[in-house]
Write a protein that binds this ligand. Sequence first.
Ligand SMILES: C[S@@+](CC[C@H](N)C(=O)[O-])C[C@H]1O[C@@H](n2cnc3c(N)ncnc32)[C@H](O)[C@@H]1O
Length: 276
Amino acid sequence: MSATDEQAKYDYKSDESMRIDVWDENLHVGYWDGPGDTSDQTLATERLTDLVLARSGLGAGQHLLDVGCGMGKPARRAATETGCSVSGVSDSDTQVERANEGAAAAGIAGRVGFQTADATQELPFPDAHFDVAWAIESLVHMTDRARALAHVARTLKPGGLLVATDFFTHPPLTGARADAVDAFRGVALLGPIVSLDDYPALLRTTGFELREFVDLTEHTHRTYALLLQALRDNEADLRAQHGDAVFDGFVTAFAYCVESLEPRYMLYVARRVADR
Ligand SMILES: C[S@@+](CC[C@H](N)C(=O)[O-])C[C@H]1O[C@@H](n2cnc3c(N)ncnc32)[C@H](O)[C@@H]1O
C-alpha cells in the first residue's frame, strides 16, 4: 500500500491492495446498540446510514448533495426510500464509476448521479442549489475541512441542512495520545481531526449553525476491533504483500484506537444560515 497512490486511499477498507474483508459498499463505521448487539458489519453500517437519513427530512422533489459519496450506497438508499434526487461527488474516479453503475443497476440513474470533484477546491454546482447535504465520514479525509464546509454552505439553500459524521477529539490531545492519533491518521490517510471545543466555531465561520450533536463513539468503536481482527486474520498474506513495517504500523495504530476509544466519532446536524 502506497500513500502516494491516489487509489490506495481506501485500500485498507475495501479494495485490492490491502484487502480486509470487513466493509461492503458502505465505506463508513458501523453502529451497534451495545456489547450484546451481534449485528454484522453490513447491518451495522446500514444503521449508521439510518441515523443520517432519519435526520435529513428528505422527500420527493428534494435534492441531496452527497459530499464524499464513496460507492454511492447511502445515496441510493436516500433516493429509493425518500424519492429525492441525489448529486454525489468523490475525489476517486473509481468510486464515482462504481456509484454510477450502482444507480443504473437500481434503475434510479435518472435522478441519482455521481461525479469526480475535490470538495476542498470547488463543488461543480450553482449557489443555493440543494435542500440537504451529507458528508458521511468524508470531511475527515480532507486536508481543509473549513474550505469544504464553505463550499457546501454555498451550494445549500438558506435554511438547508447538513447532516454529517466526523471524527473528533475530546479533550484536546497532547503528548503520547496526540502522537498515537497522528499514527492512526497516517495509516488511515486522514486529514486533521478537530477538537470538540473547536467544532461549533468551525461551523459558524463556514456558514452553519449547529442544531444537533451526538457522540456515537461507544456505538461505532467496534469497527476498529473488527478491522484489527481482520488484519490479524490476514497477517501472513498482508506481511508478504506489504512488508512488516507497513503491517506493524497498521496493527499498532488500530490497537491504540481499540484500547483508547480515540479518535471519537460524532454525528451532527447543522443548518445553513440565511445571512451569508
Ligand atoms: C470513508 S469514505 C465515505 C464514503 C461514503 N460517504 C459512505 O459513507 O459510504 C470517504 C469519502 O470521502 C471522499 N473524499 C475524500 N476527500 C475528498 C475530497 N477532497 N473531495 C471529495 N471527496 C473526498 C472519498 O473519495 C470517499 O468517497
